[in-house]
Design a protein around this ligand. Structure first.
Ligand SMILES: Nc1nc2c(c(=O)[nH]1)N[C@H]1C(S)=C(S)[C@@H](COP(=O)(O)O)O[C@H]1N2
Ligand SMILES: [Mo]
Length: 416
């Protein structure tokens, strides 16, 4: 009932290759090349198996230990231009550590708030859902992995070789972290708030996944302890029963299976803040392999991006026929101002129609029509501009971590 279980048997059964029978959905099948149970992402060593985990559709397996599943780009295709929402069963999954809980009883799950506070708290999920105790908040926001699209970097970098599917947009429901912190009462001298989830390193020397936010971010009224995603319980692999939602910040801060909130009096220096998830501390957040930035800072906002989701690389279209183009765009929280399309490799651009806004943190869908006049190759490009004025670059900046990838995408199609 309240308890969600990912049984070991269930994992063994589902973590392997699925037969063709498990592969519903023409979209995956059409994107697959080598066999129905693999997909080849458009970069070197990009062949991946398709697997199905509990509560998920067949998704792209990046690694099984820790579990990392990628959403095929075509699953973002906004069939409703006003509702570019990623379903719970297609939402990507990213863990750092292999040891994740397999059973969580949400009735027993406790979230503690301690450290530099007046009143330490021990909250149940039911407390968070109780309107007499907390007001609920709800908004759409993109959870995008900091390393999304890492596989496209040139020079290549180490780390998970994601294509563009380590991102998703959902409606999140929960309680403002600010309200929880107010109940605990921050003492003077509070500097950061740290967040720990139930997963652990497989061995004691492997660091636990713990993240920190500055107190002013934690208290911005938008950071949420979420218990629902698209109106349902969080899928187990997306952080059941509660996770942190940090709109406008990359996925690394969105701690899953959250159970420990600690207020600190100094900057937290755990591995995932002081060593991992850092970017060059300069204006372009860039560096080169020969001249690495001497200073780094914690990553923060996703950069402006857009994707064509209605046609895949190498697709064939009919000349003389109107081909619908659709896709999505988002940025770090200012919202999307414009999406432009080029079908001649970037020489000329036309504006796309934007769907309804689901808020500045959400995916914004776009649509356009393309009528190839003649048979032959066409390079379709999509370029988003954020309300800040930030535009996707033509050439990608580089970081040793492969973070921040947001260059304009090109999809090559052939009109026949
Ligand atoms: N407990 C826990 N939370 C976590 C992580 C993790 O390894 N453990 N990974 C983070 C990272 S890097 C990302 S990108 C997001 C991914 O969220 P998702 O798995 O729900 O898609 O979860 C974040 N929260
Ligand atoms: Mo991530």
């Amino acid at each position: 009932m309240d308890s969600t279980e990912l049984s070991r048997r269930g994992f063994l059964k589902t973590a392997g290759l699925l037969g063709a029978a498990g592969l519903g959905g023409a979209r995956i099948a059409s994107a697959a090349t080598a066999s129905p149970s693999t997909i080849t992402l458009p970069f070197e060593n990009g062949t991946r198996t398709i697997v199905q985990y509990p509560q998920k559709k067949p998704l792209i397996l990046l690694t099984g230990r820790a579990i990392q599943l990628e959403t095929p780009l075509t699953m973002f295709d906004p069939t409703d231009i006003d509702m570019p929402v990623t379903s719970n069963d297609s939402f990507f999954v990213r863990y750092h550590n292999a040891t994740i809980p397999l059973t969580i009883d949400s009735a027993k799950h406790t979230i503690t708030v301690s450290g530099n506070v007046n009143t330490p708290l021990a909250l149940k999920v039911a407390d968070l859902k109780d309107p007499a105790k907390f007001q609920s908040i709800e908004f759409y926001a993109v959870n995008a992995c900091t390393g999304n699209s890492r596989g496209f970097n040139n020079p290549r970098v180490t780390g998970g070789q994601w294509a563009h599917g380590a991102q998703g947009n959902a409606k999140w429901t929960g309680v403002a972290l600010k309200d929880i912190l107010a109940k605990a009462g921050l003492k003077a001298g509070s500097v950061q708030v740290t967040f720990n989830g139930l997963d652990q390193g497989a061995e004691s020397q492997i660091p636990d996944f713990i993240k920190a936010l500055d107190v002013d971010v934690a208290n911005n009224g938008e950071v949420m302890v979420a218990y629902a995603m698209n109106g349902a319980d969080l899928p187990f692999l997306n952080g059941f029963p509660v996770r942190l939602v940090v709109p406008g910040y990359t996925g690394t801060y969105w701690v899953k299976h959250l159970y420990e909130i600690t207020v600190t009096t100094s900057v937290y220096d755990g591995f995932y803040m002081s060593t991992a998830y850092r970017e060059p501390d300069n204006a372009c957040t860039c560096e080169t392999p020969d001249a690495l930035s001497p200073t780094t800072r914690p990553v923060s906002h996703p950069r402006v991006r857009s994707f064509l989701t209605s046609l895949i690389e190498g697709a064939q279209v009919k000349s003389g026929t109107a081909v619908p183009l659709r896709g999505i765009a988002y940025d770090g929280g200012s919202g999307i101002k414009a999406v432009d399309i080029s079908v001649d490799g970037g020489k000329t651009w036309v504006g796309a129609n934007l769907g309804k806004s689901l808020g500045n943190y959400a995916f914004r869908a776009w649509e356009a029509t393309f009528t190839p006049a003649t048979p032959g190759p066409f390079a379709i490009k999509v370029r988003a501009t954020a309300n800040t004025g930030e535009v996707q670059p033509e050439t990608q900046f580089w970081q040793r971590t492969g973070y921040g990838f947001n260059a304009i995408e090109t999809v090559n199609v052939t009109a026949i």
